[in-house]
Design a protein around this ligand. Structure first.
Ligand code: SAM
Ligand code: SF4
Ligand code: SF4
Length: 369
């Protein structure tokens, strides 16, 4: 049984310092370990209509759970304003996430605002979204029309009973598959399908998922179960290493490794020897990729997190709401990134993971995956 966690509003946060004479955004910002700022993940809601056992277990995220009030959320205008400053700092990829991002009303309006942001290079922004797929069939066309490039859809099993157990709200596989096809028809591709593998729960679904998506237009990716947050009762014994996932698939469907698309790609790529497409494995636990981590996360209420496993966010919303200028906010972002030295997954040990940490890690549903 997972322990009761503190409401998000009580999590530790830190003021974001505004430098006296901010630098103009130069398009290239390096952190303390030489990593450029390349991706921004924007969480648009901390709510979700699923209760995935590894993310928002029902016994914690119940009817008494204190979600953020609407007034705490960044407005679309606030998100677009900061996104513009990030893009001026060299960010080329924006991912909308949550909670379930498609629960945020009129999300396509935000997509259109983000699409309109000019880039210093003139190359179009990569604008994408991660979703559980439940509302995709209804929303895919409007999202595409607003300028969204593509979607990643989470699906943890093909067996309907197992999937219903994983999402814990009795949602069917068929409805997610329908959403994926609708997104494909709307042109939101290439679509990636994310499967979190929880050992002893859904690992029997690795092969059925591989067989199902082999030869399809969709790229299936297997994610190692991570010790995010403080509510999922994470245990190393439930992590199936990606090497084992590849071994199990390759025993039936031969695979060969493929070079990364770009340096810093989180998924290691493999392709089927017979030309049936490719899969990816994301080994956040067993083969950390912190040295290439170019991601910054903006929470639903406007806190910046320099790592998925951070215990404290930096309050960007305060700067927005106290009337700071664009150069001041851009300067604060630059200052934060320049001192970033996070590499949690490289340093993770049994002692630092899960519930053993002194400071409470932020929940995945709040910070966005
Ligand atoms: N609700 C959307 C969804 O499920 O796609 C977006 C938010 S969700 C937090 C983003 C991604 O994080 C999903 O692919 C989900 O499976 C993954 N995720 C959540 N908790 C995880 C955990 N403990 N370990 C690994 N991945 C996790
Ligand atoms: Fe919701 Fe996504 Fe978390 Fe599942 S993984 S509970 S769909 S936010
Ligand atoms: Fe990036 Fe932190 Fe994950 Fe390492 S642990 S890859 S620094 S988010």
């Amino acid at each position: 049984m997972a322990e009761k966690i503190v409401p998000i509003n009580d999590l530790r946060s830190q003021a974001l310092a505004v430098p006296g004479a901010p630098d103009a955004p130069s398009g290239l910002l390096l952190d303390a370990l030489g990593r450029p700022l390349h991706d921004l993940r924007i969480s648009v809601t901390d709510r979700c209509n699923f209760r995935c056992v590894y993310c928002m277990p029902k016994e914690v995220f119940d009817k008494d759970y204190a979600y953020l009030p609407h007034s705490a959320l960044l407005s679309f205008e606030e998100i677009a304003r900061v996104a513009r400053l990030f893009v001026a700092h060299g960010v080329e990829k924006l991912r909308l996430t949550g909670g379930e991002p498609l629960l945020r009303k009129d999300l396509e309006r935000l997509v259109a605002m983000l699409r309109a942001i000019p880039t210093p290079s003139g190359r179009p922004l990569d604008l994408t979204l991660t979703t559980n797929g439940s509302l995709l069939a209804r929303k895919a066309r409007a999202l595409k029309d607003a300028g969204l490039d593509r979607v990643t859809v989470s699906l943890d099993a093909l067996d309907d009973a197992m999937f219903r157990r994983m999402n814990d709200v009795d949602f069917s596989v068929a409805d997610v598959l329908h959403g994926i096809d609708a997104a494909h028809d709307a042109g939101l591709g290439p679509i990636k399908i994310n499967m979190v593998v929880k050992g002893g729960t859904n690992d029997g679904e690795i092969l059925p998922m591989a067989r199902h998506f082999k030869g399809s237009p969709y790229i299936l990716r297997f994610i190692e179960y991570m010790d995010v947050g403080a509510s999922n009762g994470w245990n190393m014994a439930e992590v199936i290493p990606s090497a084992e996932v590849v071994r199990r698939i390759a025993a039936e469907l031969p695979l060969v490794p493929v070079d990364p698309n770009y340096s810093g790609e989180t998924a290691a790529r493999w392709r089927y020897l017979d030309g049936g497409g490719e899969i990816g494995v994301i080994s956040s636990v067993t083969q950390a990729f912190c040295r290439d981590c170019t991601r910054l996360r903006l929470s639903t209420e406007g806190k910046l997190y320099t790592c998925l496993f951070a215990t404290r966010g930096h309050d960007l919303r305060a700067l927005l709401r106290e009337g700071r200028s664009d150069p001041e906010i851009a300067g604060a972002i630059a200052q934060l990134w320049k001192v970033r030295a996070d590499r949690y997954s490289e340093l993770r040990t049994v002692d630092t993971s899960g519930l053993a940490t002194g400071a409470r890690k932020v929940e995945m549903s709040y910070i966005g995956g």
